[in-house]
Design a protein around this ligand. Structure first.
Ligand SMILES: [Fe+2]
Length: 225
């Protein structure tokens, strides 16, 4: 994806988020130069910040996701008694923009429709080997109430509704009837190691530098910070 497109998506996403009265933390608006020269140790280590992905497929409108990680613990702290063992993200799934089928080994996540359109989540249970079980009924908690769906069923979340997904829940999602502002509250998030996709796919965009980055993406930190 061209950097100019990423910069455009970043501006559009920021405006969409603000339209719901949600404000990102101040570090979101640091220029790459300012971030570089400020104390970014924890921001880099926790991979907090902007994340715009087309999953390496170069078709962002069809398959992609806008994310901003506002807080995140560290995998190394898992199991400690007193540590940040949680993460929070704000995301945007555009109308009919797919986030492809995947699950996590460690992360338990609540996916929350914070506003906009309808968030559709396709669900399967994992089989004994962690693969997709295409037969078994899916049982998930929606705002404290258990809900059952057939394998591959589509759970539709309206604004305000949320679902809790465990490592044995395969899930893919997209917006319908408009773009959706999505919240995520989860266990520690490690996008380098804890995403298992149904099909071989990248987690981050391949960036073609055709203009200067407006903001650094989390996937830029290793090369730019
Ligand atoms: Fe997920």
């Amino acid at each position: 994806m061209k950097r100019s497109r990423i910069n455009d998506i970043l501006r559009e996403g920021d405006a969409f988020i603000r339209s719901f009265g949600y404000t990102l933390p101040p570090f979101a608006y640091l220029s790459p130069e300012t971030l570089k020269t400020s104390d970014h140790t924890e921001i880099k280590a926790r991979r907090m910040g902007w994340d715009i992905t087309d999953y390496g497929k170069e078709a962002f409108d069809d398959m992609g996701l806008f994310l901003f990680t506002t807080r995140n613990g560290l995998n190394a702290d898992l199991g400690k008694k007193s540590a940040m063992l949680y993460a929070e993200k704000i995301m945007i799934s555009r109308d009919h923009q797919l986030s492809p089928m995947h699950r996590h080994d460690i992360k338990v996540e609540d996916i929350i429709n914070r506003g906009g359109g309808v968030l559709v989540i396709e669900l399967f249970m994992a089989d004994a080997d962690g693969g997709i079980d295409r037969d078994s009924e899916v049982s998930v908690m929606v705002d404290g109430t258990m809900r059952s769906l057939p394998a591959g069923g589509h759970l539709k979340l309206n604004p305000g509704e949320s679902v809790t997904l465990f490592p044995n829940n395969w899930h893919a999602f997209w917006g319908e009837k408009g773009d959706v502002l999505i919240g995520e509250v989860s266990t520690v998030n490690d996008d380098l190691t804890d995403n298992i996709f149904e099909h071989p796919i990248g987690r981050f965009s391949n960036v073609e530098e055709d203009e200067e980055p407006l903001r650094l993406l989390v996937s830029d930190y290793d090369t730019h910070l």
